[in-house]
Design a binder for this molecule. Structure first.
Ligand SMILES: NC(=O)c1ccc[n+]([C@@H]2O[C@H](COP(=O)([O-])OP(=O)(O)OC[C@H]3O[C@@H](n4cnc5c(N)ncnc54)[C@H](OP(=O)(O)O)[C@@H]3O)[C@@H](O)[C@H]2O)c1
Length: 251
């Protein structure tokens, strides 16, 4: 274990599964105390157990980000309590992955749910946490975007719109909070081999074939990008998008 993030407190939303678990583990491996969050308590506790077993520090706080402002405030309050009022790192990672569908077949409930979890939750949580970081003159916010937020693809309009909004929020928040010492950046993964994504690799084959690397990312590779942006090596990086997509967005 190295110590690039020693004594820092990090809240990672959606760290009960997939990429968020790898992000939480990577931050903890650098010495951060990670507040693991999501709806599923069993998986959350398992993430904490794995971090502790590796010698790291973590605390689980259950939260349903689809339940609106009160639930999001509860998460922010609980995370601040763990961090003694001084959260250093916020990773807005939780999102609803949405099966491809023609726009005309996407129902209003799914649109509302996707906007609530993928956009509104990150917006409200950042509004609760960034001002305290700004008041302390330091902090890092990392938003999990996607290559889907960078270009259009048929039958992915809703998911892509939520991710493009995340990319836009990063730039707005870099402008708003950067002068007070808070760095805000995006990590934009391409297809990443979580358990869920591993089950639909066939569907992703055309996208993977168009990637210069000709392979999907691993969750650990996304975690490494988050660690870089969270740490002092990225000390003058504001409003950037770090793609972890085997070069897909570039070509
Ligand atoms: N995997 C990819 O190929 C890929 C590619 C590009 C971008 N991304 C982005 O990477 C991030 C993570 O994706 P993933 O593939 O790891 O997804 P995932 O495996 O489905 O995990 C999603 C995480 O979000 C949490 N979550 C979902 N709805 C929630 C809610 N209402 N309240 C609280 N937490 C909620 C889940 O926890 P609970 O179930 O415990 O609530 C889980 O921990 C997302 O922002 C996604 O857009 C993924």
């Amino acid at each position: 274990m190295t110590a690039r993030l020693q004594d820092r407190y990090a809240l990672v939303t959606g760290s009960t599964d997939g990429i968020g678990v790898a992000v939480a583990q990577a931050l903890a491996a650098e010495g951060a105390h990670v507040i693991v969050s999501g709806r599923n308590t069993d998986r959350g506790k398992e993430t904490v157990r794995a971090i502790e077993e590796a010698g790291g520090r973590a605390t689980f706080v259950a939260a349903d980000l689809g339940r609106g402002a009160a639930a999001i405030r509860e998460l922010a309050d609980a995370a601040n309590e763990v961090a003694g009022g001084a959260l250093d790192i916020l990773v807005n990672n939780a999102a609803l992955l949405i099966d491809p569908a023609p726009t005309a077949e996407v129902g209003e409930d799914l649109i509302d749910q996707a906007l609530r979890v993928n956009v509104k939750a990150a917006f409200l949580l950042t509004g609760l946490i960034a001002p305290a970081m700004a008041a302390r003159g330091k902090g890092v916010i990392i938003n999990m975007g996607s290559i889907n937020g960078l270009f259009g693809s048929a039958h992915s309009a809703l998911y892509s719109a939520t991710k493009a909004t995340i990319h836009s929020l990063t730039k707005s928040w870099a402008a708003e909070y950067g002068p007070a010492g808070v760095r805000v950046n995006t990590v934009a993964p391409g297809p990443t081999l979580t358990e869920k994504i591993s089950g639909i690799q066939d569907r992703l084959a055309p996208m993977i074939a168009a990637m210069p690397s000709r392979r999907a990312s691993t969750p650990a590779e996304v975690g490494a990008a988050v660690v870089f942006l969270a740490g002092d090596d990225a000390s003058n990086i504001h409003g950037a998008t770090l793609s972890v997509d085997g070069g897909r967005a570039a070509v």
